[in-house]
Design a protein around this ligand. Structure first.
Ligand SMILES: C[S@@+](CC[C@H](N)C(=O)[O-])C[C@H]1O[C@@H](n2cnc3c(N)ncnc32)[C@H](O)[C@@H]1O
Length: 206
């Protein structure tokens, strides 16, 4: 299995969105954060040999990161077919031994019904910029339905919301960490050339 730094390097070839849609909050998770999230999950026994689902997979960064760590199977779900086409190309470039099933579906409408223990990894839309605060809630609802453990990226200061959501679903937040990354100028509302985003990552047992 690749080390965390080898994983980061391998993910460097994963292309982002050709024509990102603001309404779907389409940006690529940086390879460093994707590798860190999946490496952490793998150390917890949540990737190798398991079913892994990436909700809102975009061009495949998190799904492909998991595919490089020996899962049983990986499914990437996105509502937009264009990034899914890029995800297929990215899969060829990454050349992981595990295949990924790319599914076009609305992740908020319970698109899957896995029969085995499932790990969800996701970087869902936050809704913070569009005034649609906690757009990630609907992704968490699907996660609660299909996962027994999940790793999800949320905007900074989400801890109270995540803890309350977990409580309401008899789930437990077991780990959390913060990260900061740079987004290229791709959305119209970004006035700077690059912009720093503070996020929080949570592991939840459902
Ligand atoms: C922040 S991007 C993350 C992309 C990718 N997971 C990554 O980590 O690079 C959010 C993704 O969620 C997708 N998305 C937004 N709403 C969705 C929905 N209702 N169902 C499925 N995917 C959705 C977008 O198309 C976009 O690819």
């Amino acid at each position: 299995m690749p080390t965390k730094s080898e994983l980061t390097q391998q993910l460097g070839v994963v292309a982002g969105f050709d024509d990102p849609r603001v309404d779907l909050e389409q940006y690529r998770t940086p390879p460093e954060l994707a590798a860190h999230l999946v490496h952490t999950a793998d150390l917890q026994g949540d990737i190798a040999g398991r079913v892994v689902v990436d909700l809102g997979c975009g061009t495949g960064m998190l799904a492909l990161s998991a595919a490089l760590r020996g899962p049983k199977t990986v499914v990437g779900v996105d509502i937009d077919p264009d990034p899914l086409a890029t995800a297929r190309e990215n899969e060829r470039k990454v050349a992981s031994t595990s295949r990924v099933s790319w599914v076009r579906a609305d992740a908020t409408q319970a698109p899957l019904c896995p029969t085995e223990s499932t790990t969800v990894v996701m970087n869902p839309p936050f809704g913070a910029q569009s005034g649609n605060e906690h757009a990630d809630r609907a992704f968490l609802e699907t996660t609660a339905d299909i996962a027994d453990v999940s790793y999800s990226i949320h905007n900074a200061d989400s801890a109270d919301f995540i803890e309350a959501f977990a409580d309401d679903h008899d789930a437990t937040v077991t780990h959390a960490f913060e990260a900061t990354f740079e987004l290229p100028h791709s959305f119209e509302f970004h006035t700077e050339e690059r912009r720093s985003i503070d996020v929080e990552v949570f592991r939840i047992e459902w």
